[in-house]
Design a protein around this ligand. Structure first.
Ligand SMILES: NC(=O)c1ccc[n+]([C@@H]2O[C@H](COP(=O)([O-])OP(=O)(O)OC[C@H]3O[C@@H](n4cnc5c(N)ncnc54)[C@H](O)[C@@H]3O)[C@@H](O)[C@H]2O)c1
Length: 344
């Protein structure tokens, strides 16, 4: 692999995961970091030996000859940064969700196709060892054909600390977009990428606005999703609701030959059961999660996609991130109209 010069925009939790990911790779130089927190940026510069830092992302693109950038900024900035970079022939790894609104997401994919450069969206939770193992169980045929999946990500008082998350203009949405996009990603990924036919969703904002000034997104959402293969998925996502005081995400699957229940509490596997009958008798068992992957693997796969050469780049045009965004966008439209929304 020849050397790749990368710049990272954003010094918050997400940006730091990208820095760690690049730092672990040979033949990648972290050439620049952009972020508005002067002290934090200087600290990260020292930690990772980064030659140049910037307050504004535009200055980093103007000053450095980069091969690739990571975008880990408030979501409304994903599109302008990605499009500016792609137009300069720079490969882009952007944080989820792909963009704050669906039109921006479409423009990003268009820019990737026009430039012929890589655009990838971070979906790190599908790389957890438990979620990946659930995928192996489904793929092995032990559950037969899955026909119902129930999944979600719920927090009791878990509105993110950075204030932009709760402002629609900056984030594009609340927990349905922030957490729900991960859930939509791992559910559709584990079910083998079925097409979504329709969604019907409701959103509520009963608690968030009382807790945080300027809060204008939902604090909880619930959706009923029909797939074109006849299966049904339900989704829930909350930042704030009267429920157990933990951070829970899960997936329940009912299939023609078995079922499975995966619950992840405070990022640890708390239940992972496969329900089956063998020779007419209960043959349930506890599954064992595989090795965890996360941003480290996302970053490595991005670098590998670039290193694979120009003939491979068109395979990474951000369309997976766009597909996920289309489901979430349809949920918001359904919630607003009070009607089911068709996608396929
Ligand atoms: N994949 C995951 O698990 C995961 C987890 C958390 C956040 N995220 C995503 O990562 C992104 C960032 O989230 P975060 O929690 O790190 O946010 P944050 O608020 O902690 O950090 C945002 C960073 O962007 C920088 N920034 C803002 N405007 C800028 C500009 N004009 N030029 C340069 N830098 C600028 C800020 O200075 C800050 O360093 C969001 O899209 C979020 O959805 C993903």
């Amino acid at each position: 692999m020849s050397g790749i010069k990368v710049g990272v925009v954003g010094a918050g939790w997400a940006g730091q995961q990208h820095l760690k990911g690049y730092d672990a790779l040979d033949d990648v130089e972290i050439a620049g970091l952009a972020g508005m927190e002067t002290e934090l940026v200087a600290q990260l510069q020292g930690e990772y030996g980064i030659p140049a830092t910037f307050e504004r992302w535009e200055d980093m693109l103007d000053s450095l000859e980069l091969d690739a950038i990571s975008i880990a900024t408030p979501t409304f900035l994903h599109a302008p940064i990605a499009i500016a970079a792609l137009e300069r022939g720079i490969h882009v790894l952007t944080e989820k969700p792909i963009a704050a609104d669906i039109e921006d997401a479409r423009r990003m994919v268009e820019a990737a196709r026009t430039s012929g450069r890589v655009l990838q969206v971070v979906f790190n939770h599908r790389l957890r060892g438990d979620i990946a193992e659930l995928g192996r169980i489904i793929d092995s045929g032990q559950l037969g054909t899955p026909y119902i999946a129930k999944a979600g990500w719920l927090r009791r008082a878990g509105i993110p600390g950075s204030s932009w998350f709760a402002q629609k203009q900056l984030s594009g949405g609340g927990p349905l977009l922030d957490l729900g996009v991960h859930v939509v990603d791992y559910v559709l990924h584990l079910l083998g990428e079925p097409e979504v036919a329709t969604v019907s969703a409701s959103t509520y904002a009963e608690l968030g606005a009382k807790a945080v000034e300027g809060f204008d997104v939902e604090d909880i959402a619930i959706a009923f999703v029909r797939l074109t293969n006849g299966a049904t998925v339900t989704l829930e996502a909350s930042w704030d609701a009267y429920r157990a005081d933990n951070n829970l995400y899960w997936m329940t699957v009912y299939g023609t030959d078995g079922g499975a229940e995966l619950r992840v509490t405070d990022y640890e596997t708390s239940e992972f059961t496969v329900f089956r009958n063998e020779d007419g008798a209960n043959a349930d068992y506890t599954a064992t999660p595989g090795e965890n992957g996360g941003h480290d693997r996302v970053v490595r796969e991005f670098v590998e996609a670039i290193a694979a050469g120009a003939s491979e780049w068109a395979k990474h045009d951000g369309s997976l991130g766009l597909k996920r965004a289309e489901v979430i966008d349809a949920c918001y439209r359904s919630a607003e109209s009070g009607h089911e929304v068709a996608l396929a």
